[in-house]
Design a protein around this ligand. Structure first.
Ligand code: 5RP
Length: 235
């Protein structure tokens, strides 16, 4: 196994310690979250009782195959804990998410949870968010107008950089589980994530953005020196 994969596995397994019998869980998306789902599947096979809401179709399929009992937020609107990965994590546990395109469901599920725990290898820790292009989920209607407005509003919020429509298979754009498109915004350092987040929400064509602010309570970060637990200040 590659070193980064080993670290993802370590972080995922450490998060299992937070899972208690009878819990209602949100299951994240991406390669690190998939390791948590796999490890959870082993525990379920051994008798653990949980009910889980997946944040993507990929996670739903994985969990289904493992025999993990699944629900929806309509049936189970309040969750105890969501465990998910991240593309970037800063010292205040502000995150960039959406590298896998599941940011909308991820944010809805995390917000419906008492606690959100992020699992990651240490490469995801950053001083300032923004080296990873910020994913922004937009509707198809009026795409060009939305892109122009996102650009203008980002400039007002102090962010400049190329905005690209995420490519999918062949000539087609990437389409999210909700049938929307993703703009990857290479803004570089996002010095005031709250200002940018607020501004993006003012664009009518923007469904959601990948800035997760004040949502993560704990990050379990695996590195060469072992596991580090980072708590959100004030959480
Ligand atoms: C998907 C996400 C993922 O959590 C994020 O991209 C991290 O993925 P990985 O664990 O594969 O690095 O936000 O929308």
């Amino acid at each position: 196994m590659l070193k980064a994969d080993e670290l993802k596995e370590e972080a995922a397994r450490a998060a299992l310690d937070l899972v208690e019998d009878g819990m209602r869980l949100g299951l994240g998306s991406g390669s690190t979250a998939a390791r948590f789902v796999a490890a959870l599947g082993e525990r379920v096979a051994a008798g653990l009782r949980v009910i889980c809401v997946p944040t993507s179709e990929a996670t739903r399929l994985q969990a289904e195959k493992l025999g993990i009992p699944l629900s929806t937020l309509d049936e189970t609107p309040e969750l105890n804990l969501t465990v998910d990965g991240a593309d970037e994590i800063d010292a205040e546990l502000r995150l960039i998410k959406g590298g896998g395109g599941a940011l909308l469901r991820e944010k809805i599920v995390a917000t419906a949870s008492d606690r959100m725990v992020v699992i990651a290898d240490e490469s995801k820790l950053v001083k300032t968010l923004g080296a990873f292009p910020l994913p922004v989920e937009v509707v198809r209607f009026g795409l060009l107008a939305t892109m122009r407005l996102v650009e203008a509003i980002a400039v007002e919020a102090g962010c400049h950089g190329e905005i690209r429509l995420r490519p999918g298979v062949g000539q087609a754009p990437f389409v999210t589980d909700q049938g929307n498109l993703i703009l990857d915004c290479a803004f570089g350092a996002i010095l005031e994530p709250e200002v940018l987040a607020f501004a993006l929400k003012r664009v009518p064509g923007v469904v959601e953005h990948g800035l997760f602010l004040g949502l993560a309570d704990l990050a379990i970060v695996a590195g060469s020196g072992g596991i580090k637990l980072l708590r959100r200040p004030g959480a």
